[in-house]
Ligand binder design. Structure first.
Ligand SMILES: [Zn+2]
Length: 90
């Protein structure tokens, strides 16, 4: 794992903790920082990051708190509080 990947991993963890403790603005700052590191280093964001962050508002998503999760037609549909949907195959 590169230094950049480790930082992204760490920021993802910090975002999760901030979101769980109710500080969604702090979580968004960590999410944006992780995105910037990935862009600058031209590395893909990990799957966990993509699944648990909102592409529109940068929220770190926690089902039952700031996101709803449903399954539909073989897909998982995650809906953020901002209204953004994300679909993933199982
Ligand atoms: Zn959102």
């Amino acid at each position: 794992m590169s230094v950049a990947e480790e930082r992204i991993d760490r920021l993802t963890e910090l975002a999760r903790e901030a979101s769980r403790s109710g500080d969604s603005d702090l979580a968004k700052r960590y999410v944006r920082r992780a995105r910037r590191i990935a862009e600058r280093n031209r590395i893909p964001l990990p799957r966990r990051f993509k699944r648990f962050t909102c592409a529109r508002c940068d929220a770190y998503l926690i089902p039952g708190r700031n996101a709803r999760v449903r399954t539909k037609d073989g897909h998982v549909v995650v809906t953020c509080d901002c209204g953004e949907h994300a679909r993933y195959p199982y």
